[in-house]
Write a new protein. Structure first.
Length: 133
């Protein structure tokens, strides 16, 4: 009887182990910053009232790209959505956009978060912090 119970417990443990599959991580859109002359592509210090250009590129991983959103936060405040764009059908595979703005007139920290969301709801994120002096 002990052998039967032990065998049943072993069989139950094996079936639970086999049936528990690890959930696969979602395939996020690939988001990156453009680099080169005229672009800010990493955390840096900038002047007050400076014209800034951040170039963002995105590439679909699995599902078609759908939206591009920009969020902004000053100092220790929470992000606020400042721009949203619904991608055109011809932008669903690869997307590129230059986001231009002027830094504020006072010293502090400006944070920008760029997101690209695909048709499956997966979101790729890229962030940059500017120290304004």
């Amino acid at each position: 009887m002990k052998k039967i119970i032990s065998s049943l417990l072993l069989l139950l443990m094996i079936s639970l182990t086999v049936s528990c599959k690890k959930e696969k991580d979602p395939e996020l859109p690939e988001v990156s910053f453009k680099e080169g002359m005229g672009y800010v592509s990493s955390n840096t210090t900038v002047g007050k009232s400076n014209q800034i250009t951040i170039g963002v590129t995105a590439k679909k991983n699995k599902a078609t790209l759908k939206t591009f959103t920009v969020y902004q936060a000053y100092d220790n405040f929470e992000y606020q959505q400042v721009y949203i764009y619904t991608l055109l059908s011809n932008e669903g595979e690869n997307f590129s956009r230059d986001y231009q703005f002027t830094t504020r007139t006072e010293s502090g920290r400006e944070k920008y978060k760029f997101t690209v969301t695909d048709a499956d709801g997966n979101t790729g994120i890229k962030e940059i912090i500017l120290q304004v002096q």
